[in-house]
Design a protein around this ligand. Structure first.
Ligand SMILES: [Zn+2]
Length: 297
């Protein structure tokens, strides 16, 4: 029995996976939004899961951002109260046992490569298209974290092949301009639509209006898909994964899967491109499932 915890911005979920990878228990509660309370809640959720299914052999956490390999302190988390905190150390003290942490997009990639939409593929790139944008790379079943634990951080690379009106691009919270996150996250999609039409709409409202024939919404969706396609083509040119797995709210937009392959093929540095782009099998559960697998099988 392995426990995974997904430390999300609005909720925290703990789940136990049995040997076959099936859910044996899962509990979610709203994220209390402060460091100490969140730490206590994680410990409480793990205790409740173990009360249901018995003691777990390991605990892993999916988090926004990642621990710095140099200091152990969390950085790059959009739940900003985690930043500059020694979360792994504090979590281990709270639980009285070792804990592994990984970025939530890395957990998505690990989960989908193990028994999700990319099961059996030799290489997989996972992308979360939610409030923000994260990436994770799995090769031969192993997570590639990199020397500084920022491998596959696609969200903070500039939009590739920009047109004149896409440069330098919007300011990003990371301090740079034109990061992919400012274009291909759900928030980026809304911002771009608003910048052109003046309408403050949700991503879902824009997609619905595009399907109903609204020209401004349809053009925003066209721009979104083109930019995402360019981002994935850039990934092809450095990692060339067999399969891309998309997660997060924007991954539910069916139009992506019809239209992205042509855009990727047009930009990839190859005579042909026949990779796959698919939605995550486990949806919102990819975080807990990947976290539970951080200690291997
Ligand atoms: Zn950025």
């Amino acid at each position: 029995m392995r426990i995974g915890v997904d430390f999300g911005g609005t909720k925290i979920e703990a789940a136990a996976l049995d040997e076959a990878g099936a859910f044996a228990a899962r509990i979610r509660e709203p994220n209390p939004g402060t460091y100490d309370a969140a730490l206590r809640l994680v410990a409480e959720l793990i205790a409740r899961v173990e009360a249901e299914v018995g003691p777990a052999q390991s605990v892993g956490l999916a988090i926004p951002g990642s621990p710095s390999p140099r200091t152990g302190l969390i950085r790059n988390a959009n739940s900003t109260y985690l930043n500059d905190r020694p979360l792994a150390k504090d979590m281990q003290a709270a639980l009285g046992r070792p804990v592994r942490l990984a970025n939530d997009a890395n957990c998505l990639a690990l989960s989908e490569a193990a028994d999700g939409a990319g099961a059996g593929a030799a290489s997989l790139f996972g992308v979360i298209l939610g409030t923000g944008c994260g990436g994770g790379l799995v090769i031969d079943g192993r997570l590639v974290e990199g020397a500084h634990a920022v491998a596959a951080e696609i969200g903070h690379i500039s939009l590739p092949w920009p047109s004149a009106d896409e440069a330098p691009g919007p300011a990003c919270w990371c301090g740079l301009h034109g990061c992919l996150e400012t274009w291909i996250s759900g928030v980026g999609f809304q911002r771009d639509h608003e910048a052109v039409t003046g309408r403050t709409w949700t991503a879902q409202a824009i997609v619905d209006a595009a399907r109903a024939g609204d020209a401004g919404a349809a053009a925003a969706l066209d721009r979104y898909i083109d930019r995402l396609g360019r981002g994935l083509a850039m990934v092809v040119n450095f990692a060339d994964p067999v399969v891309f797995v998309l997660g997060g709210g924007m991954s539910n937009v069916a139009e992506l899967y019809d239209r992205l392959p042509d855009i990727v093929a047009r930009h990839a540095f190859s005579d042909h491109w026949d990779g796959r782009i698919v939605p995550a099998k486990w949806g919102d559960s990819s975080g807990v499932r990947g976290a539970a697998r951080l200690w291997g099988d």
